[in-house]
Structures are given as C-alpha cells and as structure tokens.
Write a protein that binds this ligand. Structure first.
Ligand code: FAD
Length: 428
C-alpha cells in the first residue's frame, strides 16, 4: 500500500518527539511540500549526552536544552506544538495530545513519525525511582544536582559521624557511559572542586561507588578500554563494584549483593525502556515489542503493516543498531528522505543502514576512552575528541559558544559554576 498521493499539497506529517530522531526528521523536511507538526511534551530539545554535567554543576540546564521553537524558527513548513501525546489512532490516522492549555487536541496525519524516545528502566522495581532517580530529563538532572550538593551541605552541619559518612556516600547504579561519566564527575567534585568551599568536612573523604551486575564497566567496549576506564575511575577514587547486583534501595541505604551501604544519594543509570507509546502502538498494530519495549520496524523504518508510520530512535528495534544519538539522527534523516521521495514521486532511498562512527565516554579531566573505526583511543586524545564531538553536535551556535567558554573556564579554574541548589536542601 502506498499511503501517499505524490505531489499532494499540504501532506500532513505529525512528528511525535523533538529529540534527536524527531528533530532531524523535521529538519530533513525543510523546503519539502509537506506541513510538519512537531509535537513534544517539553518546549525544548535535549542534548542528553551532557545531562550528567547539569547534574554535577558543570553546565546549566538551558545550555543543553534549546527551545524547539527557536531551533525550527526559520523552517516555514514546520509548526511546534507543546502537548503530551496520549493516544494514537492508527486506523483513523490521528494523534490525540493533551496541550499545554489542558485541552485535548486531535491531529490528523498522512504520515506519522514516532520518535518519543525512552524512559528509565528499573527492571520491575519502579518503587526504587523516588530514592534512586534516573537521568533522562532536565528535571532529573536538577534533582540529582540538588541531592548531590545538598548531601555535602547536610554533611557540613551533621554532628553524628555515622550519618555524616552516609551523607558523604554516593552510589551510581549502572556502569555504562552515563554511570561512568557521573561517577567520575562526582569524584572530581569531591576531590578537586569542593574542598576549598567547605570548612568542617573533608569532601575528599566522600565515597563514590559505581556498581553494576555485569563483569565490566562500559560493557560494549573493547575489554582493554573497559579495563582502562575502570583503572581511571579507581585513580579518581571511585570504588568500582562489578558483578554486584543491586538488591534493594530505600531512603537510607542501597543493598549491593548482600551488603547494605548507608547512603542518601543513589542515581540510577542502569537502563532504559522505550516510551509507553510503543506498547500502545504495538497493541493496536498487533506487534510484539522487544525486551526493551521497542517496536520492530522494516528496513525502511516503517511499522509493519503501516507504511505511513515511521518509528525512530530509542523507540525502534533495528538489528545491530544501538540506542545512541547518532543512530537516532541517522534514522531521522532517513525518514525525511523517504517522506520527501514519496511526496515528490522520486526514487526511494536505499533501506536504512546505520553508519557506526564510533563511541566515546569520558571519565574525568584528561580521561576518556573511545573506539572509532577499529581505532582504540584513551587518555588525553580521547578526551579532546570527546570535547570536540560534543561541541559539534550540540544544537544551536549560541549553546556551543557558551558551553565552550564554560568548559574552558572550568578547565582553567577546576571550578563548577552551575551549582544552584533549587528549592529546599533537605528531602525530609
Ligand atoms: C543521560 C544520558 C546520556 C547519554 N549519553 C549518550 C552519549 O554519550 N552518546 C550517545 O550517542 N547517546 C547517548 N545517550 C542516548 C541518546 O541520548 C539517545 O539514544 C537519543 O536521545 C535517542 O533519541 P530519540 O529521538 O529517540 O529520543 P529522545 O532524544 O529521548 O527524544 C524523545 C522526545 O520525545 C518527547 N516525548 C516523549 N514522550 C512524549 C509524549 N507522550 N508526547 C510528546 N512528546 C513526547 C520527549 O520530550 C523528547 O523530547 C544518552 C542518553 C541519556 C539519557
């Protein structure tokens, strides 16, 4: 079935999600004879790879979250809607979204692009989410920053050494790139940034634990790079606990294997699960999602039986394609090329093929690891490349400039200037 009448004026494309996949799809449709409606429940795009820097005071939220309206300001065929998509009528080709005005809006489409990303996965233990927040949104990052910096503040006032030691214990669950980056940053905060700012406590005595059920940090990396990352983390003072599944989390402790570790700050970086919209669509289309809740798609990235529906990024299950930002961007571009070929009756692009340009993870100042086209990088070269890649892909020239200045300043002063603790210090 060909869902599109070639050359139809006003062909309506509804894109759900203004993350990497949705935004690149929208941009790829600039100048094409289509009307694009980009619907997101947030008013901003989010550069998730730098969220951990917001959580640890290195960057402030706005620097990695440009408003979608300003990103698409010059694109005349694109409109932005601030609304939460609640339902998708596959048969009737319409999306139902609750707008910022509180009202329900029905948005008919000729082509639907589903790119709503993923949520934190607690693997059946959603009850841990209050005590071990995940890092997926600006709110999460600001809350984690509040807890980390708040714990140091509370420790400064705490007379009981046992409680003080729990306050100065930070546990990061999940030793993938996010967990590694977070643990490294918390250790640097405690070791390099905060000592001069506190009088009663020795912040360098803080314990930072990075725990994972798996036997290696950075599981997908070459074993030598995993070992190097673990060594770098240990050199920063991080206690790396591997093959150590988390058995319980509460407000006062985390139980790692059999050991109860008193702590007030746990961050969950152990996994993600596709947006609940994937399960909704799977039910309606009679499709089985994969273990991560993602929707299997065809080689053209469309939903089986629904060539008018594209599923992209962290919502899509494509063999051999990881859930990373470059994959989402490439999928967004591919969907845009498919849609414009259809509406202009041009030859369709080749099936989607992921181009793996490599992966990089940073651990701390001058410390990073990466594998790029068979080349294994570590130390300073990997760190410099990491800085360059992240600056290049950050959306918006102004953000790139501001982040560059902030990083340069932090590098020279070993400071972290985005250290506002919003709201009350204590969680109690
Ligand atoms: C902390 C962290 C660090 C990461 N680090 C890296 C890294 O270093 N390198 C790398 O390559 N990848 C990294 N990733 C993964 C990468 O960010 C994701 O793979 C990528 O963002 C997926 O893009 P996406 O467009 O599918 O989803 P997202 O970028 O998550 O965008 C989804 C969008 O959909 C919107 N949305 C969701 N539900 C609804 C709804 N119901 N209605 C309306 N809008 C909705 C959201 O608000 C969001 O804007 C990281 C992820 C995280 C969380």
């Amino acid at each position: 079935m060909e869902p599109v009448t070639p050359g139809t004026p006003g062909h309506r494309v509804v894109i759900v999600g203004g993350g990497f996949a949705g935004l690149y799809a929208a941009r790829g449709l600039a100048g094409e004879p289509v009307d694009v409606a980009l619907v997101d429940r947030r008013n901003h795009h989010l550069f998730q790879p730098l969220l951990y820097q917001v959580a640890t005071g290195a960057l402030s939220a706005d620097e990695i979250a440009p408003p979608l309206r300003s990103v698409l300001r010059r694109q005349r065929n694109a409109a932005v809607l601030l609304a939460d998509v609640e339902d998708i009528d596959l048969a009737g080709q319409a999306v139902t979204a609750r707008g910022h005005d509180g009202h329900e809006h029905r948005l008919p489409y000729d082509t639907l692009v589903l790119a709503a990303g993923a949520d934190t996965n607690y693997f059946g233990h959603d009850e841990w989410s209050d005590d071990a927040p995940g890092l997926k949104s600006i709110e999460d990052a600001v809350e984690i920053r509040r807890r980390i910096l708040g714990a140091f503040e509370a420790a400064e006032l705490e007379p009981d050494p046992v409680v003080r030691s729990a306050l100065l214990t930070f546990v990061v669950v999940g030793a993938g790139p996010t967990g590694v980056e977070l643990a490294g940053q918390i250790a640097e905060l405690a070791r390099d940034v905060l000592p001069q700012d506190f009088e009663r406590i020795d912040t360098t005595s803080a314990r930072v634990l990075l725990v994972d059920a798996a036997p290696h940090v950075l599981g997908g990396y070459h074993p030598r790079l995993s070992e190097r990352a673990a060594r770098d983390l240990r050199a920063l003072g991080v206690e790396v606990r591997l093959e150590a599944p988390v058995a319980a989390v509460d407000a006062e402790a985390v139980t790692i294997a059999e050991e109860r570790v008193p702590t007030r700050t746990v961050v969950w970086a152990a996994g993600i699960r596709a947006s609940p919209l994937a399960a909704l669509v799977a039910g309606k289309a009679g499709i089985e999602p994969d273990r991560g809740g993602r929707l299997p798609v065809g080689p053209d990235l469309t939903l089986p039986g629904h060539p008018e529906v594209f599923v992209l990024g962290d919502m899509a299950s494509v063999d051999g394609v990881p859930g990373v930002a470059p994959a989402a961007m490439q999928m967004g571009r591919h969907a845009a090329a498919m849609i414009s070929a259809r509406v202009t009756a041009s030859p369709l692009p080749d099936p989607f093929r992921y181009r793996d340009r490599g992966t990089l993870a940073t651990i701390g100042r001058h410390r990073a690891v990466g594998q790029i086209r068979g080349l294994r990088l570590k130390g300073l070269p990997a760190w410099v490349l990491w800085l360059a890649v992240h600056l290049t892909y950050l959306v918006g020239f102004q953000n790139r400039l501001v982040v560059f200045v902030r990083w340069s300043f932090s590098y020279l002063t070993r400071g972290r200037s985005a250290r506002v603790i919003p709201g009350r210090v204590s969680r109690g």
